[in-house]
Write a protein that binds this ligand. Sequence first.
Ligand code: AMP
Length: 319
Amino acid sequence: MSRNVYKQIYKKIKKYQTIVIARHIGPDPDAVTSQIALRDAIKLTFPNKDVYAVGASVHRFKKFGSLDKINLEGLNSCLLIITDVPNLDRVDDIVNLNYQEVIKIDHHPCQEKTCDLELVDETASSACQLVADFIYKTPLKMNVSIAENLFLGIVSDSDRFLLSYTTAKTFQVVSKLIDDYHLDFSRLYPILYERPINEIRFHGYIGENLEIKESGLAFLKIMPEIINQYNVDLATPSNMINDFNFIRDVLVWVFVTYDEKNEIYKINIRSRGPVINIVAERYHGGGHKFASGARVKTMEEVDELIKELDNICHDYKGM
Ligand code: AMP
């Protein structure tokens, strides 16, 4: 990453009085912690600027800090920074925003440049790794709560350093955060991992009902009755999908969750071999090589997607 990009982004942050920081719809911990950490670092460095972290709030993520409820239409031309999202059409809550320039800080693969300035590194474990590195390489300030949020985003998106996007750089950044801010990191883990007993029971349901094909493709269609029966929500399957890694017979695994309100099937896909984002992209989706998502309107499309994934598992195994 050229040092110039860090400088250029910092200069833009210095220039604008109003800055809005947004992330993707259906956020995960890395999306929320990266936007809150960046907002707080800018506020700490420039207390007189108006800096807002926007998007729908998620009850589960309250412990990371609060998001800003503001009337975006009322803002004069501002700087928009998007974190953890490659495309503007997946950014949450910016339709009414009149922004002058847009900057992206992200670790998703993206073919085209879509923003005025981009700090994109698809080999980074998380958006938080990039935000931490950015803060360290510029005059922006950090404090303990910012460092804690960055730590939690990195831990969550790397799945506790299990995923292959974890590199020596990830450990360098984490080690520096722990050292510089004396992070009591074991105290932080319940923020990410504590959950109610009904979620554990739902986890058991998934294990019991996951269908596994000969190719190594596993899938489960989760209907609203099951969501209601276990008293979980539509985001729960997404939060659990990484737990089903390292199953000997499984190469690619898929959860399909029907969202009745929006009449759409939300699909989470993970892989420990075949590249899956190229398939997800054909079904209104995308993401990383081994962690992708998609959204389709009909069960026929769901079945087509499952068939395509079954085929790539076959090809991968050379069957
Ligand atoms: P998820 O399964 O929702 O945790 O998503 C895994 C990865 O795929 C994340 O990096 C998401 O940003 C990305 N992703 C999920 N759904 C979509 C979608 N419909 N379009 C593009 N990327 C997606």
